[in-house]
Design a protein around this ligand. Structure first.
Ligand code: SF4
Length: 87
């Protein structure tokens, strides 16, 4: 049993501890949505690579708080939106 558990360690998203996704207004207060995101992206083997937040983080070195794992917007749109919020 422990061997099975151990085999999945390191396969969850490396940003799990620091990610602000749980505090997103669309997630905070919605435990079911948080659990769904965690199961579909954060804690699922290699699925974190499909997370938009993770992809943005890889490109920019950070991820704006408004981005969700399944946000449709492409990187340039996200950057524009972030820049507009900073003005
Ligand atoms: S939301 Fe995305 S970036 Fe954040 S911990 Fe989950 S998989 Fe990683």
């Amino acid at each position: 049993m422990n061997g099975v558990h151990a085999s999945f360690e390191g396969e969850r998203c490396p940003n799990v501890e620091s990610c602000s996704m749980p505090g997103h207004p669309m997630v905070k207060g919605d435990p079911a949505k948080l659990t769904r995101y965690q199961q579909e992206f954060c804690l699922t083997r290699e699925a974190f690579a499909m997370c938009k937040r993770y992809q943005v983080f890889l490109e920019l070195g950070f991820c704006p708080g408004f981005v969700l794992p399944d946000t449709d917007s492409d990187l340039l749109t996200i950057i524009d939106e972030h820049d507009n919020m900073m003005k």
